[in-house]
Structures are given as structure tokens and as C-alpha cells.
Design a protein around this ligand. Sequence first.
Ligand code: ZN
Length: 364
Amino acid sequence: MTHFNSQEFSRYTRHIQLGDIGVEGQRKLKSARVLIVGCGGLGAPVSLYLAAAGVGQLTLVDGDHVELSNLQRQVIFTEADIGLGKAICAQTRLKALNGHIEVNAVSERLSVDNAERLIQAADLVIDCTDNFATRYLINDVCKVHGKTWIYASVYQFSGQCALFTSEQTCFRCLFPKPPSNAPDCNSNGVLGVLPGLLGTLQATEAIKYLTGIASGVANALLLIEADTMQMQKIQLRPDEDCPCCNINFSFNPALADYQPACHTVRNEHDKYSLAAEEFNQHQRSKEVVLLDVRDKNEHDAFNLGGLHVPLNELEQRLDELPSNKKIIVYCQSGVRSTAAVQLLRQANLDAMSVNGGIAEIISQ
Ligand SMILES: [Zn+2]
């Protein structure tokens, strides 16, 4: 049986005093293994609260590095962490918070190569990612291996949260395909505190699940609008055509695209992209024109000069662009500019995208 020393007993007193958790619940937390996929806006509160709560083993999976623009919401990081790996920085922070727990850092993206190994080794999986491809991967592997996972997502002022067990309605029943307006990983604005709110809900559900308290969002989707503070809970129904809920379903990496779009476009179109270091020398040339394809708010707040046509207006405004010069396209992170370059090249314009966008140029 799991025992506590006097330090742990003192640390977890407020849980032990709580009838629904008590010593037994705290023991369950100590012997639990939780996989946290993503150390960003959601992963920060999830991992901080689960470490503080005494979850015995946390595994953090994230292949990204800390950027300045993350600090608006990813409260686990500090200015000193900029440029460093997220999983390692978060691990250091969590170990400083609670020396009684084990924290593992995996500095890789969750992929078809590591998902089964990592998910099988966990009692509970928490989705703190920002894209549909990884959520489908978590969903499918959890379904096959009988694991429960907790989903959350944030967009501007809206958030949603659900708990999926392997016996009931799955994420693919809810979203058979990614919504056509699903934003890419970096181009959407979000209220900084919103992932904090949703991540705290995920951590709440995680502690309840691990200690045996019934979930409030199993088989249900909780929707939150932070602007009006309206909350709504929708009961989920299984989709009879869901391939994942079919009894014969087995996980086959070849059958689905589990690679997030925002991480594939950059690689596919490298021949039409420009490293941020090369940007300055091109910027000085009279033979090129710069084009910002971000939204008006972003352009007004800060820009590098040149023309401004938001990506969603580009197709209608192609005649505003010069056909006798090279067009260097930039956005915040390089995702929208890559899409813009595809469009411009189809229109026979000579265009290149700046890899990593403004974020990368500023960090040079
Ligand atoms: Zn399903």
C-alpha cells in the first residue's frame, strides 16, 4: 500500500480532510500515472495543479520551444525560458513545486511512433494540444487500449471540455472531420486567461477521475463563452457510422493523417520559403516587395512594412500585387504565409514565405 511521510501528510492535509478524497483518494493520486500531451496554455494549469495535488507520475510531451508570444497565457514559463524546450522547462518547474512526485519530460511531438507506448503506460491521458490531428491520434489509441482521456480546446473567447471513456461516445462521433473553419495552430487570437480556465477544468476532472468521483463531462460536452460567461452542457450521442466506435476498429497509423497541418505545410513547401536570417538582405533589395497577410489588428499593432492584404481577402485582391517583382510574404508564424504563397504561385506570381514569420524574425 502507498504510504505518506509526515511531509506529504502535511502537504496534502486539505485533500485528506475532504470526505470525497481522504487518505484513500490521496493514495490513489500518488499511485497514478498521467500523460499530459502539450505543455502550452492548457498544459500549464493542468500540470501545475496535478503536481500540486500529488499525482505520483506525470509525463509531459511537447516538442516545441518557449517563445515570447507564449507568455501571455502559458503561465508555467518565465522570460528566462525563452528558446528552451517546453517539456524540460515545465519539468523543472514542477519538480520545484513538488519533490515527492516523478515528472518525465518527452521533448517530442506525440506521433504515430510514440503514441501507443506513451498512452499504454498511463492511467489517464489529458489532451492539451491545439490541433485536430493529434486529438484524433489520442482518441484512436485510447479507444484501442481502453484509456480515458480529457479533451479541451480554446478559440478566441470560447472553450470546450469533455471526458471520453473507451466504452462511450468518442471524439470522432463528435467531430467526424475537423470543422472547415478550424484555425491553424498559431493564427487564432485567444483570451490569455481562457486556457487557464479550461485547463483548470481538465485538472478538476482528472483529480475526480483518479480518485473515483463521478465526472460531470463524461459523454457530454461543456461549452463556455467567456465574453457572456454562458456555460452549456450538451449530451453526446454515439455516431452509428463512427469507424472508431466499430467493434472491429484497430489502430492503424497508415489509415489516417495524424500529422497536424501546421507542421506539414512548412516542410512540403520549403522550396518557396525563406529562412528568417535571409529576410533582412531581401528586405533591402528594390527587386522585392513585402506582403503582410495577417489580420488588420495584427498589422496595425506591429508590422515590417510593405503591402497588407489579409489571407482571407488575398484571392479577390490579386490585382493589387506587382507581377514584376518577387513578393516576400510574412505572417505571425509562417503558416498563413505558406498558404498565401501557394495561392500567389497558382496565379503565376513569384512569391516566397518567411519561415517562422514575424516571431522568428524578431528573435534573430
Ligand atoms: Zn466514435
